[in-house]
Design a protein around this ligand. Structure first.
Ligand SMILES: Cc1cc2nc3c(=O)[nH]c(=O)nc-3n(C[C@H](O)[C@H](O)[C@H](O)COP(=O)(O)O)c2cc1C
Length: 191
C-alpha cells in the first residue's frame, strides 16, 4: 500500500506529488527525508510515498505489457496520477541503488510514452559519504531524463548523513527549509 498524506484543499488545488525512495531500509534516512518532504508540502497538495518498490520484479521485457506484474502496474499508475515526482535516494557504490533503477526502467516503458513523460521531477537524498550521494543523484537525473521525465536540474540536495547526527531530518532547521523550498519550486513547475 502507498502511504498518503492528505491535506486540506486550498488555492493550490489538488496537486499530487509522487515520492520514490531509493532505500528499502526501515530506518532509512532517505525515507525520513521523504516524510519530511510530505510534511513540508503546502496545504492542498497530496504527497504519496510509493511504498511498494521492493515488490516490483526486475524489469524484463518478456513480462511487460498488458499483463505486467501488478506492483509494476501500480507504480505506473502512481506515476500517471502524479503532477510531479520527487525522488529521494542514497548512493550505492557510487551510483543509483538497484531498487530505484528498476523503478526507472519500468517507468521508462513504453519507450517515449512512459507514465512520467513530461512531468517535473526533482532528485534529492542523503548518503554517508562526504558528497552526500551526488554521483547517484546526478545519475538518477540522467536516467529519469532518458525515461521521459522533465528533470528540474537546479533543485539539488545531496546531504552527508553526518550533518544529521542521529536525529530525524525534521529536527534540522536548515534541512527542513531546503526541502520545503525544493518541494515548493517543484510544485511551481506544475503550473
Ligand atoms: C550497498 C551499499 C553501498 C553504499 N555505497 C555508498 C556510496 O557509494 N556512497 C556513499 O556515500 N554511501 C554509500 N553507502 C552508505 C549509504 O549512503 C548509507 O548507508 C545511507 O544511510 C543509506 O541510506 P538510507 O539511510 O536511506 O538507507 C552504501 C551503503 C550500502 C548498503
Amino acid at each position: 500500500m502507498a502511504s498518503e498524506r492528505r491535506v486540506d484543499v486550498t488555492e493550490n488545488g489538488n496537486a499530487t506529488v509522487l515520492v520514490l525512495v531509493g532505500s528499502l531500509r526501515a530506518a532509512s534516512v532517505n525515507r525520513q527525508l521523504a516524510e519530511l518532504a510530505a510534511e513540508s508540502a503546502p496545504a492542498g497538495v497530496q504527497v504519496t510515498i510509493f511504498d511498494r518498490l521492493g515488490e516490483v520484479p526486475f524489469y524484463n521485457e518478456d513480462i511487460d505489457g498488458p499483463t505486467a506484474p501488478e506492483p509494476a502496474q501500480a507504480l505506473r499508475e502512481a506515476g500517471a496520477h502524479a503532477d510531479a515526482v520527487l525522488v529521494v535516494t542514497p548512493e550505492y557504490n557510487g551510483s543509483v541503488p538497484g531498487v530505484l533503477k528498476n523503478a526507472i526502467d519500468w517507468l521508462s516503458r513504453p519507450f517515449g510514452d512512459g507514465a512520467i513523460k513530461g512531468k517535473p521531477l526533482a532528485v534529492v537524498g542523503a548518503a554517508h559519504g562526504r558528497y552526500g550521494g551526488v554521483w547517484a543523484h546526478d545519475e538518477t537525473r540522467k536516467s529519469f531524463g532518458l525515461a521521459g521525465a522533465r528533470v528540474v536540474e537546479d533543485l539539488e540536495l545531496s546531504l552527508p548523513t553526518a550533518e544529521l547526527g542521529d536525529r530525524h531530518p525534521r529536527e534540522n532547521a536548515e534541512v527542513t527549509a531546503r526541502l520545503r523550498d525544493i518541494v515548493g519550486k517543484l510544485l511551481a513547475e506544475t503550473d
